[in-house]
Design a protein around this ligand. Structure first.
Ligand SMILES: Nc1ncnc2c1ncn2[C@@H]1O[C@H](COP(=O)(O)OP(=O)(O)OP(=O)(O)O)[C@@H](O)[C@H]1O
Ligand SMILES: O=P(O)(O)OC[C@H]1O[C@](O)(CO)[C@@H](O)[C@@H]1O
Ligand SMILES: [Mg+2]
Length: 504
């Protein structure tokens, strides 16, 4: 072992880190001062050791653009942010007997919505003795729609819902009308709203919180971020993602079976991910069989994909392609897609995306019909999106759902408002809703080591240009190894020397 040099930090040495500016992401409090012991102090909360102090925070560094170790430093310096630590407080500032809560689920489905609803009800009821909880039906419009009045949520009513997918409350897009929602809140005497939804839902929650405070209505607004796509800014994970990967992997396995069973079989699987390719990337890494994974963050052309496929079918007789729904091939127009047309929008204003799976399938069929009319190529396209999104939460997601629900309930009872919950580098935090509602969605870092690991696993080339043929595997390895800076290049293309052998 090398001797420690005199200047190297050694056990017991005090290391002085220069003070840096830290921005506290503070969350508004509805009532300060008049706080009293939480009912949890009289319960079985282990030794009262796990309470969090009001205002306790932890500091984390955040890059505004994707950053990975080894990659060039981004232009914008990182932000040092202090996050409020979430958890039960020893003293709470909302009287449980006065709390009249409402829970609403909005946007698309995600695995675990029912677990979050159940655990909010259970935490309010059993940890804090709150006895009035309304379930708002079919999204924001349920606050005012006469067709679907709110329902009463009790432990008995929600006890079995966690085993089901979807949301027992229903969900919807559109229908956000701050005035009408405010009217519903006043009519029912609601003073704590829990919104479970994605970026759009959180933007709505922000508008609602402002409207409530302008109208002088004392009502807390707490968010629980939901998206199957895992692209919510700032936080590490969203519930449902882990379950989605499991089900996506099953669909990929089916496509692989189809592809390997046919002559020149090509399996194509489209997975959700409007802005980001996290599901496609993680499911491909989980599968190990995928030969090409296409994500919105990495440009590609259908022409390059076809040239690669041509060679892959000659070499191996089958191919498995995973494509994220938000992908937009650079040469889509050449394959008859009207890329200049203004997209249709859903009721929430989100662009309706063209089916990129169909696009890839059409392009492959067209290419082989034109270039190799005699070759028998069998393309099988699977779109498991809604099968995945509507599944019940798996074990890992169920744990996360309960943690998020508890953090939201603790925050409201502690007196906070206009906040949402999530883990930041593993620590549960209360964050201002604006952080989730206004920052751009998270994306896969195409220069990062995770994407490099994908490329190493699939052996896929760079599909971004009209390449006159697929590059050799060694070139792919070199590209990926250069990005990670960690891997020794295989000599003479020896696959065995590579720590992660490409999928076959
Ligand atoms: N800018 C906004 N202001 C107010 N309300 C909004 C805004 N954007 C969206 N909403 C409302 O939030 C609800 C959900 O929005 P959206 O359909 O975009 O889903 P989401 O919450 O983003 O979830 P996901 O995209 O993960 O399915 C809808 O009722 C929509 O009207
Ligand atoms: O078909 P819907 O319900 O509009 O949902 C589709 C969208 O929902 C999401 O799953 C986000 O919830 C996106 O991946 C997808 O674009
Ligand atoms: Mg959204």
């Amino acid at each position: 072992m090398a001797a420690a040099s005199a200047s190297a930090p050694y056990k017991g040495t005090t290391i002085v880190i220069p003070p840096e500016e830290v921005t506290l992401l503070d969350v508004p409090r509805m009532s300060e001062g008049s706080c009293f012991p939480s009912p949890l102090t009289a319960r079985r909360w282990p030794d009262n050791k796990n309470f969090v102090a009001h205002g306790d925070f932890f500091v984390r560094v955040r890059w505004s653009e994707p950053h990975s170790s080894g990659a060039a430093k981004p232009a914008t310096p990182p932000e040092r942010l202090a996050f409020l630590r979430a958890g039960p407080c020893e003293r709470i500032c909302r009287k449980p007997e006065d709390v009249r809560a409402a829970i609403v689920t909005c946007g698309g489905l995600a695995c675990g919505l029912n677990v979050v609803v159940r655990e909010i009800v259970m935490a309010l009821w059993f940890q804090y003795d709150v006895r009035t909880v309304f379930g708002i039906r079919k999204g924001y419009r349920g606050f005012y729609s006469e067709d679907e009045p709110p329902i009463e949520l009790t432990p008995k009513a929600v006890s079995a819902i966690h085993t089901e997918g979807g949301t027992v409350l229903g969900s919807s897009r559109g229908g956000f009308d701050a005035e009408k929602i405010l009217g519903g809140i006043k009519r029912l005497g609601i003073n704590a709203v829990f919104v479970i939804g994605g970026d759009g839902t959180h933007r709505g929650a922000l508008v609602l919180a402002k409207a409530l405070s302008e109208a002088g209505v004392d009502c807390a607004v707490a968010g629980v971020p939901k998206t199957i796509d895992r692209d919510i800014p700032m936080i590490d994970r969203t519930f449902g993602f882990d379950t989605a990967i499991e089900h996506a992997r099953h669909a990929i396995t089916c496509a692989h079976t189809e592809a390997t069973s046919a002559r020149n079989g090509v399996g194509i699987v489209k997975l959700m991910g409007r802005n980001a390719g996290f599901i496609a990337l993680h499911a491909s890494l989980a599968s190990r069989d995928v030969n090409a994974c296409l994500i919105p963050e990495v440009p590609f052309t259908l022409r390059a994909l076809n040239l690669w496929l041509d060679r892959r079918l000659k070499d191996r007789g089958h191919a498995l392609i995973v494509v994220a729904e938000g992908c937009s091939p650079a040469d889509a127009a050449e394959y008859g897609v009207d890329t200049a047309a203004e997209p249709e929008r859903d009721a929430s204003g989100n662009a309706k995306l063209a089916d990129v799976g169909e696009m890839v399938k059409g392009a492959v069929n067209k290419y082989f019909k034109t270039e190799h009319p005699g070759r028998d190529v069998n393309v099988k396209y699977i779109d498991p999106s809604y099968i995945i999104r509507s599944a019940p939460a798996n074990a890992t997601d169920s744990v996360l759902c309960a943690e998020l629900a508890f953090a939201a309930v603790h925050g409201v009872l502690a007196g906070y408002t206009e906040f949402t919950v999530g883990t930041v580098d593993g620590e549960m935090a209360w964050l201002p809703i604006s952080e989730v509602a206004t920052r751009p969605p998270r994306k896969v870092d195409s220069d990062g080591s995770q994407y490099a690991r994908l490329v190493l696993s699939t052996g896929q080339p760079d599909f971004s240009g009209s390449v006159p043929g697929a590059p050799a595997r060694e070139a792919v390895w070199q590209q990926a190894a250069a990005k990670t800076g960690k891997l020794a290049l295989p000599a003479d293309g020896a696959a065995a020397a590579c720590p992660s052998a490409p999928a076959q």
